[in-house]
Design a binder for this molecule. Structure first.
Ligand SMILES: [Zn+2]
Length: 185
């Protein structure tokens, strides 16, 4: 189930004010008060639970159809999800999800691959005579290139060859990673 409530859903927010008009306006419309009856599908906002920095209180929530800025897919920021964002997570009211759940997951996975590559570079810097660190760097680069065509393939092939110079028993693994790196070029 794709949702705006999964872990990390709020790790990529639109900048405040980017879409300050449109659907956001009615959410905080000061002409709508708690005395007004809810329309079908709306739920009441609890202003005491909302962050103090809000420009205006959210009196009510309703499903908010949105378009993913990355892939263009339509998704819904539901009334229940909004209530959770602004009253449980205490996010300021002008922030909202800008990507669909699938794009958010892909970005997080890509970020994790980037972090793994960063660690691999650090390990090589720390001990340039460690054959496994060089092989690991080559494999981490391969994982990144397979995922999103990023990472320096020439640098990775160089690292794999260095691993073999340092440790002859890595020949099979080095062959494989070089072959697969070349396939990404
Ligand atoms: Zn998307």
């Amino acid at each position: 189930m794709e949702s705006c409530l999964e872990a990390g859903a709020n790790d990529e927010l639109s900048p405040i004010g980017e879409e300050a008009r449109g659907p956001l306006w009615w959410r905080g419309n000061n002409e709508v008060t708690d005395a007004d009856p809810l329309l079908p599908g709306q739920i009441r906002g609890d202003r005491q639970a909302q962050p103090r920095g809000n420009w205006f209180p959210l009196h009510r929530y309703a499903d908010d159809p949105r378009t993913c800025r990355q892939c263009g897919t339509s998704f819904v920021f539901t009334a229940v999800e909004q209530q959770h964002w602004y009253e449980v997570w205490k996010i300021l009211e002008l922030a909202h999800p800008s990507r669909c759940a699938r794009c958010r997951r892909e970005r997080r996975a890509a970020d994790a691959l980037g972090a793994t590559l960063g660690s691999a570079f650090a390990a090589v810097d720390k001990d340039p005579a460690d054959a496994w660190a060089h092989l690991n760097l080559a494999q981490a680069t391969l994982a990144l290139r397979a995922d999103r065509a990023e990472g320096d393939a020439a640098r990775a092939i160089h690292a794999a060859r260095r691993a073999l110079e340092l440790e002859a028993t890595l020949a099979a693994a080095v062959d494989e990673v070089i072959t697969r790196l070349r396939a990404t070029l």
